[in-house]
Design a protein around this ligand. Sequence first.
Ligand code: SAM
Ligand code: SF4
Length: 371
Amino acid sequence: PLLSRIDGTRAEQLMLRDTFGRVHTYLRISLTERCNLRCVYCMPEHGVSLTHSDKLLHPGELSRLVKLFATLGVNKVRLTGGEPTVRKDIVDVCRMISATPGIRTVAMTTNGVVLHRMLGDLVTAGLTAVNISLDTLRDDRFMQITRRPAAHHHRVMDAIRLAETSGRFDPVKVNCVVMKGVNDDELCDFVALTKDRNLEVRFIEFMPFDDNHWARSKMMTFMEMVDSVEGDRKGGGAATPSTPPAGEPPLARPGAFKRLVPVRSMAHGDTARLFRIDGHRGRIGFITSMTNQFCGQCNRLRLTADGNLKVCLFGSDEVSLRDPLRSGASDEDIADIIKKAVLQKHEALGGRDTPEGILASRNRPMITIGG
Ligand code: SAM
Ligand code: SF4
C-alpha cells in the first residue's frame, strides 16, 4: 500500500534490487538464538555462546527496522530463530510486524514444541503462515536428532494437528531435514501423511553450517529422495528401512508410491519443487538448496537476532544495522547501508561453488542464522 502511493520511478529507486536484477521482498528475522531443542544438524554439540541481551535488537529497534524494510519493498516477513516461540513477547512482535504498512504476510518457522500455548493468539495477532519442523515420526529418532525427550515429539505432532484444524493455514507446512543413516528410510511415511491431510511435507537437503558435522555422504540428494519415494529405479537411492523398536509403527517400504506428479514449476522466490501423489489431499516439496540451487530466484534477506543483515544464507558477509541504529543514524543512512549490502550480494551460494567451499568460509551455526 505504501509503495502503491509512490510514483513508479520513486518505487523503483526504493526497491532492493541487486546487480543480478533480483528484487528483495522477503525478510527472515531471527528473533532469538535460544532454543528448546538441540537438533544435531543445527545446534553445535556444545551449544553456542549466546549474545548478551544488550546486544540483541530491542522490540523498538526491530519495529523501526521492519518499517524501514517495508518502505524498501519488503512485503513478507518470516519469524524464525533459534526458536521464535521461546520469546515471551512473541505475540506482541507478531502483532507489531503484521500491523506494519506494506507487510502482507507474516510467517513463522517453529519446532512446534510450545506452539499449542499460543497458536490462537498468534493467529489473532496476524500470523498468516506456519512451517513446523519435524524430521521423524519415531520417538527414538526424535530423541537422537533433537537431544530432547519423546514427550516433546508428541507435542510437535499435536501442534501440527492443531495448526491444521485451526483452518487458518493453507496448507500447514512440515519441514523435514533428510539425513542419510538417520531418517532417510522414512520418506514414504511422511508422504503417507499427505493422503488425507492438507499438509505440505517439505524434504530439505542437509546443508553445511559451522560445527554441524556436515558431510557429502550424509546428504540425501533430491534425486535420491525422489527415488526413495517412487521406487529405487536406478539403484542406490533408497535406504532399506530399519526395524522400528517395539511399539512403533512399521515403516513404509521405499517406493511405496508410484509417481510424484509435479504441481507447478517454480515461481519467483519459491524454494520448494512441489509434487503430489494422485489421490492425495496434501503435497510434497523438495528444498534442493545443495543440488539445484534456486539462487537465481532469490528474493530474501536475513536479519539476525543481534541485528546483522545477511544477504545470503550461505555467505559469511554481514553488516550491522544495530550499531548505526544505536549511534543515531537516520532512516536514510540505514537504508543506504541495506542497499549497499544488497548490491554486494553474490550470484549464488554466497560466492562459493560447493558445499565444501561454504564450510570453509566459516559461516555462523544455523541456530544463530535462522534458516
Ligand atoms: N527452531 C525453528 C525450527 O526448527 O523450525 C526455526 C529455526 S530453524 C534454524 C529453521 C529451519 O532450518 C528448520 O526447518 C530446520 O529444520 C532447518 N535447518 C536447520 N539446520 C539445517 C541444516 N543444516 N540443513 C537443512 N535445514 C536446516
Ligand atoms: Fe532449535 Fe530449530 Fe535449530 Fe532444531 S532446527 S536446534 S529446533 S533452531
